[in-house]
Ligand binder design. Structure first.
Ligand SMILES: Cc1cc2nc3c(=O)[nH]c(=O)nc-3n(C[C@H](O)[C@H](O)[C@H](O)COP(=O)(O)O)c2cc1C
Length: 310
């Protein structure tokens, strides 16, 4: 019997595959015609702010052929009140495991959102988006360990719901920010958000996106994400990591687990094939059966053990 349960600190997930924030609508409803939402390890909501946000002007997405996409959505979302009223009960009825992704322009903004959901048992964990590259100040928290630490500490004072911090790859040393989060009490680290990129219009030779730069995601960022998961797990082997960035296949998912992730999220891949997440859950079970691996936890961190032997 294979066991694909995984733990992110106190949080027990039925399997290690989640849908990533911003790539499954507000909270996964659109995927219901493809599979049961309860079959997933979890659904991470779109980043929700205290007030609705209209996002950036268009165009907001550019495809980089064979590599992925560059987006500049600008955190468009209906706000936390809408989510609580229209989505939360519905998702619970569907038995979905809900991870609430929260964003703000200031500490007060974040705390105001947390205050609204701090006692909601329906929410399994909070993922703090510290790392959006597409709005002014979106990276302020994820590039400054002191600010990160203050934010996480204040959030932890407000709620007993487990807190995960989603970090940006747009830093020199991700382990410095990771440490600030760990020291302030996060239960998990989500690595990584998008990588800042730029695309030019072929004819005008001007940036395609309204803010010039955008967030790069998809297969091309997998080696960067893997490297960051690897480095962070090596330094902080006891802190659960949720790996994300360019995961499209079961093999990709296994590599993230081997580098030290205890769970993974599927983002851009769902745009190409909405069933990617569910196919990876099946693929993982098959891989474990074929290789006589009893628990998914046996795969976690394997890349480090093998290196140590050499
Ligand atoms: C269109 C789009 C919108 C996104 N919106 C959010 C968001 O609201 N909050 C967030 O934390 N991450 C957001 N992300 C980042 C993804 O959750 C993920 O971290 C990133 O895309 C890397 O994973 P991937 O290569 O599998 O897509 C968004 C990504 C895309 C492509």
């Amino acid at each position: 019997m294979t066991n694909i349960n995984t733990d992110i600190g106190k949080v027990k997930l039925k399997n290690p595959v989640l849908l990533a924030s911003g790539t499954c609508g507000i909270a996964g409803r659109e995927f219901e015609s493809y599979f049961n939402l309860s079959d997933l390890g979890g659904i991470v909501t779109k980043s929700l702010s205290i007030n609705p946000r209209t996002g950036n002007s268009t165009p907001r997405v550019v495809e980089i052929p064979n590599c992925g996409i560059l987006n500049s959505i600008g955190l468009q979302n209906p706000g936390i009140d809408y989510f609580i009223k229209e989505e939360l009960t519905y998702l619970k009825e569907k038995n979905a495991t809900i991870i609430l992704n929260v964003v703000g322009e200031s500490m007060e903004d974040y705390l105001a959102v947390i205050d609204k959901i701090k006692d909601k048992k329906e929410i399994t964990a909070i993922e703090l988006n510290l790392s959006c590259p597409n709005v002014d100040g979106g990276l302020d928290f994820s590039q400054d360990p002191t600010k990160t630490s203050q934010l996480v500490s204040e959030v932890k004072k407000l709620t007993s719901i487990p807190v995960w911090a989603k970090l940006s790859p747009n830093v020199t040393d991700i382990t410095l920010i990771a440490k600030a989060c760990i020291d302030s009490g996060v239960e998990g680290l989500t690595l990584i958000n998008t990588v800042i990129g730029l695309a030019l219009d072929k004819k005008t030779l001007k940036p395609v996106l309204p803010r010039a730069t955008g967030g790069y995601s998809g297969p091309a960022i997998k080696p960067i994400a893997l490297r960051m998961v690897y480095q962070t797990h090596k330094k902080f082997p006891n802190t659960p990591i949720i790996g994300i960035g360019g995961i499209h296949t079961t093999q990709d998912a296994i590599e993230f687990l081997a580098c030290g992730a205890s769970a993974i999220q599927i983002g851009t891949a769902s745009f190409k094939n909405p069933k990617t997440s569910i196919e990876i859950i099946d693929g993982l079970k098959k891989y474990m059966e074929e290789n006589k691996i009893a628990s998914v936890k046996e795969i976690v961190g394997q890349a480090h053990e093998q290196l140590a032997v050499k």
